[in-house]
Design a binder for this molecule. Structure first.
Ligand code: SF4
Length: 647
């Protein structure tokens, strides 16, 4: 059997293998693959743990190799020697091809990596990836210290993977589910030798010119290629095809197509605790003061934690809040149009001290997060209503909600310990920004248009989406399933409509349906811009802005959102808005069209308002097929009959 076929066998067992502990997985791997298995070691903390475990399983009888790029720190060589001595093992050292290094340095200089991502990847390709390919030649499996917690690019790492970049051999990541704390507890408890750069604030270690110590609040990979955005931060050892393509690019070969839009502010936030940190935080939460969250704040909390609201890491403090309300910018100057706040009553606020941790609870009283209270501050609800919603009428649902809130706002970061549950049937469609980004990358979509909706998709919406898809690689249908107003069609009914529509009328390989568990504010133009920024965090490069986007009841002009987008510079937003006028079915054109494309009078047009749709459904009349696909009309009719009969 070929190695690829054998690998597929192991992949079949992947779910069972995922449950093995690190040592159990190593024992299994040695039984199957020895002697054609090796550990890739760059002398980071994880590899100290793995070497100790491998030594416990096989004594000194295992293979380990390292890549000497020629740019390593002295501490790394010291660690290599300490490990050799302690375990009495031989470490194979692979060097880059001297002629390639000479040619690269001659053409681009010694410090080429600071000049562009492509040149950095070229350097990694020559100094790391090519020697790695030699090191793995003829092997059936390799072991790495990758962990999911390490970076946004590693969130989907599994314990057993097929490494297509190296001929379909097996790649084992025994510590995939370990937390940083677990790694260090193991090292200290067993007095293992480790790279002393870790004591100097280097959580991740690579070449000297490309690695720096990090500051206390920074992400663990923030010190690697710190001048780049998080998504490009792989050297190619674990995404070899990327580095190979980059080498081709700078050498004048085919252009690599893996670039993605950067999250807002440059970094995808992840405030979801896992492993031991999660357990410890949950354990201590019993002692903390508590705040119960309503459905809207709960959804804000989850979206903050998974990075949908990057760069925010928690609820806004006073400076951010005031600047957003007044100028639509965070205190850093970054464009941001809606306040994201946590409100409590004045009585509740009196019990809370700035600087303390507070447990946040869901509606069943379960702890979902810990909140680090940095500041308490008062706010003017009328002013927020006027500036954000442009009305102070409590008939407006966003303003009504604002008036119900407590009088004190709490600002500070959050850490999520438990994911709030969704309506059943929605889980399969719930994807975090890191996951949609990974899917876009895997599908090779360089341009992705996002479509925000809180309504069923009628023919006019389908026309707009497909018009956009003519120009883009992929379409993200991203219906909002958080809190909406009571007379909106329920999320579960809408989801069935999306499913049936995609099943029958959309190209599945170019369409992704995923739910967005956010709440509607109905803040019109400001919310339309907010929706675009959020979809950028999910990896969309373009965003559809239609008629009366995020508006309600005549509070905003039908195309006012377009005007607001036009106020901002391209660099402010980065994601490109695609403006679509209202579409309708024209009986004369015999097609869906808009005022831009149809020359006929409105009497030939079929366009129904939401109110008219509800009236037809209530009396049991079918929706015209020119307006709604029959499959969607059937689902809406069925739901409406149920509603009617229940009354
Ligand atoms: Fe070159 Fe820096 Fe990559 Fe090392 S980490 S191979 S020095 S670009």
């Amino acid at each position: 059997m070929s190695i690829t076929a054998k690998s597929q066998d192991w992949l079949q067992q992947s779910e069972a293998l995922e449950k093995l502990s690190a040592t159990e997985l190593l024992e299994w791997a040695f039984k199957i693959f020895y002697p054609r298995i090796t550990l890739a070691c760059s002398f980071q903390a994880e590899e100290s743990v793995l070497i100790d475990m491998m030594h416990a399983v096989r004594g000194s009888d295992f293979r380990i190799f390292t890549l000497d790029t020629g740019r390593l720190n002295q501490e790394t060589y010291d660690c290599m020697d300490a490990i050799r001595q302690r375990y009495g093992i031989h470490i194979e050292v692979f060097f880059p091809d001297a002629s390639q290094v000479e040619s690269m340095v001659r053409n681009y200089g010694l410090n080429l990596f600071y000049k562009s991502v492509d040149l950095r990847k070229m350097c990694c390709g020559i100094r790391k990836v090519e020697p790695l390919n030699r090191a793995l030649k003829g092997l059936d499996a390799w072991i790495t210290g990758l962990r999911r917690e390490q970076a946004v690019t590693r969130g989907a790492v599994r314990k057993v993977e097929i490494d297509k970049d190296h001929g379909g051999i097996v790649k084992l990541n025994p510590l995939a589910d370990w937390s940083d704390r677990q790694v260090w507890d193991y090292i200290h408890e067993n007095h293992l030798p480790y790279n002393k750069l870790h004591d100097q604030g280097y959580p991740s270690i690579g070449c000297a010119p490309c690695t720096r110590a990090i500051k206390p609040a920074e992400d663990v990979r923030a010190g690697r290629w710190w001048w780049e955005t998080p998504e490009s931060k792989e050297c190619g050892l674990h995404a070899a095809s990327i580095a190979k393509e980059a080498v081709k690019t700078v050498t004048g070969e085919e252009k690599n197509g893996t670039g993605q839009i950067a999250p807002h502010g440059g970094r995808l936030i992840n405030r979801v605790l896992v492993g031991q940190e999660q357990e410890e935080t949950l354990a201590k939460s019993g002692e903390l003061k508590k705040i119960a969250l309503n459905a809207r704040t709960l959804s804000d909390l989850e979206l903050l934690a998974v990075g949908a609201f990057s760069p925010l890491e928690g609820f806004m403090g006073r400076k951010d809040y005031e600047r957003v309300v007044n100028e639509m910018r965070l205190s850093s100057g970054l464009l941001w149009t809606l306040p994201l706040t946590l409100a409590v009553s004045s009585d509740e606020a009196k019990e809370l001290r700035e600087g303390e941790e507070i447990a946040l609870l869901d509606s069943s009283g379960e702890v979902v997060a810990v909140f680090f209270l940095e500041e308490k501050y008062g706010y003017d609800k009328k002013e927020e209503a006027w500036k954000v919603y442009r009305t102070d009428e409590d008939k407006h649902p966003g303003v009504w909600y604002l008036y119900q809130r407590g009088n004190t706002l709490l600002g500070g970061k959050i850490s999520l310990v438990r994911r709030p549950s969704l309506l059943s049937g929605f889980e399969a469609y719930k994807l975090d920004p890191a996951e949609t980004r990974a899917i876009f990358k895997q599908r090779g979509w360089r341009t992705v248009v996002g479509f925000q909706t809180r309504n069923p998709i009628h023919r006019s919406h389908e026309y707009i989406q497909k018009s956009a898809l003519e120009l883009m690689d992929g379409l993200l249908i991203h219906p909002l399933v958080g809190k909406t107003k009571l007379d909106d069609i329920p999320s579960e009914v809408r989801l069935r409509c999306y499913e049936v529509l995609i099943e029958h009328y959309f190209p599945k390989e170019r369409t992704l349906l995923s739910v967005f568990p956010g709440a509607m504010r109905y803040a019109g133009p400001r919310e339309a811009v907010f929706h675009a920024i959020v979809r950028k965090n999910y990896g969309c490069t373009h965003f559809i802005v239609g008629r009366d986007a995020a508006g309600i009841g005549g509070y905003y002009g039908p195309y006012e959102a377009w005007d607001l987008f036009a106020l901002f510079k391209r660099d402010d937003l980065d994601i490109t808005p695609l403006f679509f006028a209202e579409a309708f079915y024209c009986r004369k054109c015999d097609a869906v069209a808009s005022a831009k494309t149809c020359p006929h009078e409105s009497r030939h047009h079929v366009a129904l308002s939401g109110t008219r749709v509800r009236e037809l459904l209530q009396v049991g009349d079918p929706l015209p097929p020119e307006f709604t696909r029959p499959e969607v009309g059937e689902i809406l009719g069925e739901w409406s009959r149920g509603q009617f009969n229940d009354q």
